[in-house]
Design a protein around this ligand. Structure first.
Ligand code: G3P
Ligand code: MG
Length: 238
């Protein structure tokens, strides 16, 4: 399963436009063996690799992401803020991204970016796409800030490696992780304390931290038991 201390973030977001196929390829080109991307469900049940609740920052489109349809989002230019070499980059569908990870042999941390409550609609779409691709479970972690989405994942598949994403780690973290048979806790390195890190590790979970682009900022976290750092530029840590 997870065999790396370093994981790309949104592909490798400092090296190519975030959450694009170019960014996934850029992560693999650094030599890193795992990368995180965000999957965002659309109004018509389309699934795209995208982070924001609105389309403006990362594309030439406009509007609220969850209200957009698949054809529209797939038509958008996603190379904003980067040089001309990325002029052709589009927002990838989940299926395109899964194929890319499989072709590269890259481990996937798929973050379900869904803030709503209709997990019965959204989560099965994602699990079905993974199944259709025959995605290797040992090359796959599913993460989310949306705990109910993870509960639904577990109900659908007993074997998935589930990661609960937290900012401030809540007091009931141990019960929450146990209830979904979690694989890991993925938390903000800036909010994590040494005692929390040691407790999570003592309870038997992997501990991943996001998003650091300065090795000095997480130097002490390794000693606390942090397993993996999620970074926009894996070259800084490899
Ligand atoms: O998975 C770690 C990280 O991606 C969570 O935050 O906002 O970058 O998706 P965000
Ligand atoms: Mg993310």
């Amino acid at each position: 399963m997870l065999n790396t201390k370093v994981m790309g973030h949104r592909g490798a977001a400092l090296l190519a436009p975030e959450n694009t196929l170019a960014s996934i390829r850029a992560a693999a080109a650094t030599g890193v063996t795992w990368a995180e991307i965000d999957v965002y469900p659309l109004a018509d049940n389309g699934l795209v690799i995208f982070h924001d609740d609105t389309l403006e920052r990362c594309t030439d489109g406009t509007g609220v992401t969850e209200e957009a349809g698949l054809d529209y989002v797939l038509s958008l230019h996603a190379g904003k803020g980067f040089a001309n070499q990325f002029a052709g980059e589009k927002v990838p569908s989940l299926s395109e991204a899964l194929t890319c990870f499989q072709e590269l042999g890259l481990g996937l941390n798929l973050e379900i970016k869904y803030g709503g409550t209709d997990v019965d609609r959204v989560v099965p779409l994602i699990i079905e796409a993974l199944r259709q691709h025959g995605f290797d479970n040992n090359q796959l972690m599913i993460s989310s800030f949306n705990y109910e989405a993870l509960v639904k994942c577990r109900a659908l598949d007993a074997n998935l490696h589930l990661a609960w994403l937290c900012e401030d780690i809540p007091a009931d973290w141990a019960e929450k992780l146990a209830a979904i048979q979690a694989y890991s806790l993925n938390c903000d390195y800036q909010l994590l304390t040494e005692s929390q890190a040691r407790a999570v590790k003592a309870a038997g979970y992997k501990l991943l931290c996001y998003t650091a682009n300065d090795p000095a900022a997480v130097a002490e976290h390794w000693g606390w038991g942090m397993d993996t750092i999620i970074t926009d530029d894996p070259r800084l840590f490899l």
